[in-house]
Design a protein around this ligand. Sequence first.
Ligand code: NAI
Ligand code: MG
Length: 810
Amino acid sequence: MAWGPAPESAATAEAWLEQHGRAFGHYLNGAWTVPGGGERFDTINPATSAVLARVAQGSKDDVNAAVAAARAAQPGWWALGGHARARWLYALARQIQRNSRLLAVVESLDNGKPIRESRDIDIPLVARHFYHHAGWAQLMETELPGYGPVGVVGQIIPWNFPLLMLAWKIAPALAMGNTVVLKPAEFTSLTALLFADCCHAIGLPPGVVNIITGDGKTGAALVDHPDVDKIAFTGSTDVGRIIRTATAGSGKKLSLELGGKSPFIVFDDADLDSVVEGVVDAIWFNQGQVCCAGSRILVQESVAARLVEKLRARMETLRVGSPLDKAVDIGAIVAPVQLDIIKGLVQTGIDEGATCWQPSWSLPKDGLFYPPTLFTDVTPAATIAQVEIFGPVVVLMTFRTPAESVEIANNTRYGLAASVWSENLNTALDIAPQLKAGTVWVNCTNMFDAASGFGGYRESGFGREGGREGLFEYVKSARREDGKPGRREESLRGPIGPEAISREIATGASRPRDDKNPALPSSRPPVLLAIDRTAKLYIGGRQTRPDSGYSNPVLDAAGNSVGEAGRGNRKDIRNAVEAAHKAESGWAGASAHTRAQILYYIAENLSVRQAEFGNRLTALTACPPDAAQAEVRGAIERAFAYAAWADKYDGRVHATPFRNVTLAMNEPIGVMGLVAPGEAPLLGFLSLVLPAVAMGNCVIAIPSERWPLLATDLYQVFDTSDVPGGVINIITGSRRELAPVLAAHDDVDSVWFYGPREEAAEVEKLSAGNMKRTHTCWHPVDWLDRREAEGEEFLREATQVKNIWVPYGA
Ligand code: NAI
Ligand code: MG
């Protein structure tokens, strides 16, 4: 039986284009700029190569005007309050629904995606996003107390889901009280411009949403603009890396949703007919131009031949053709350049020896089309198994054991999504936590919803969009104000004059430390100890001499040498990273209760040495004894706090509107580098180490350069508290030397840096190497203030959310 064409009418869309004279300006401050002067470019229909309209190339001046409008509008938008913002978001959702067919047709015309997808998936999800976030606007005050908007947000989106990515960006930003400047991709500006019309039609206050069109240069101008408080980007990893580097040290908040090479894992007990339909959705949805496309099929060897046969049979029945044809499965590739990339990579696959299979039917003659393509005989290291193709091309590889499936699945620099197919619940739920990916679909694929977070692990970026977790990308804590002037170094205790120091020191007799019995009774009279040891490094649970063979003198506040600490170098960091990786699976796999237990031991062992640590603080920093005691007490309490949190910072179950539950699990990030603040050498240090290890990470910590001995004194505390070797590694030495090594290290997954802004900028720049997450802070922190120095903000930085979609319910 042959299908006749069943085209959707383009008449209303054409009329809308005509209404704008097929030439667009930018939508700034609630009005259209005149599309007269300045550079412009064509936007085409990739199915016919016909020009749809002329679009403006945003200049620096345009970006300046847009940011100024957003800035001016922001305080008023926030001041409206949650309920009023909720009403505006609700109005946007309604307006989108009223115009849903027009939006779907314009999307399919401009992007080339089948109308069935734009009509049934993209646009309904856009409306859903605005509804869902209208709710968050309403609930912000009660559900996110203490948080306020970031300010003006610059948003840059790709061409594969033009309006959906706009919704993912704009809805949460507006809900949280921000105003936005959004730049759509140059191939697909039209639905963003139609959305501007929607904003206009409902009378959204001017400046709240600004749409500026243009290419990468326009995007770069937005990224570089000094008055933008946050950049949210979706696109290629290469551009993500450029943006990470460009924003380093700027203090701009950043979220990046980048590429992927997502595994699609099929076990021998999977329902192969469902699997075949899953593959269709995974890689032939949107022509495979999907960041989370299941582009690597990993199938258990025993069923591989059968699956390949079934897939080929199904591929013969897929229909490629006009995106407006309602019976078409695969539409057009977005642009000639993308088609060339796909063709080039397919050729590389053939040249490297893989077997390429395409259906027997031929493609439409005109327009940018590419057939569904299946590669077999692919080795895991092949180019087509590693590189994101972003087209309807899937590679198939085999595995024998579940362990091997995980190994191949994780053998990629990306970590955006994965799907697992098995009729055995135990198998599926055993594999899901082992996959390094922000989303795992069990017996389903490419499911999205506003209630669930979406975003990457590793080089797929950081930050989440959607769900409660996504809101935090668009807020900042009122307590942790950025950009406070002044350095933190001396903030807790200022330098005290030499007289004061000798007065304090005169009151105590020197006594050698009892290294064999760290659990000194707390009743021991306070004494000031002469520090006469050379502290080593702490790697893999052992005290280790620094590779350099050198130590640095440690001076007290008066400038007297009171001891030495090892001068760690690049090699020591490498060894520590290795030790941390060895400990990683054991520690992450330990129960939260076990980790809590160990943190309680740390508190306990610290408390029996309370007096000693206090004295050491006073001797080194010349702070008054009661301040020193307050810091030690604060450290003990912090250990208690994170012991408490260890089994309480748990995940959620998101209410996504399908037959499933979505488990939002807080997972550890992995191996973290922590650069502790210069001040509060005990409490500041532990305030970083404890949340990280409580959440199951292994750390390499660089203590205060000036007063490292408070951290090195903890070696025995950690040993006696049963902290497994390699979970906490400590490298003393020069922060300037060591922090960049951590930031550049490819096997470090995240770096926290507390120190001067210039050095923080360097750390952020270097992190772009493997796109590790960073958390930097150069403003003063009151480490004794629990609200500021402890709690969920640290825990959030110590975890990444994995959303696991599990079939559930009738
Ligand atoms: P791209 O990353 O260059 O473009 C994404 C957006 O970033 C566009 O709006 C673009 O104008 C903007 N942009 C480009 N350079 C910029 C810069 N220096 N500063 C600020 N903004 C900039 O992606 P492109 O070139 O369209 O596609 C290339 C490849 O990227 C594709 O073949 C695909 O592999 C991948 N890609 C991945 C996407 C994803 O969702 N993960 C989406 C689009 C593309
Ligand atoms: Mg186009």
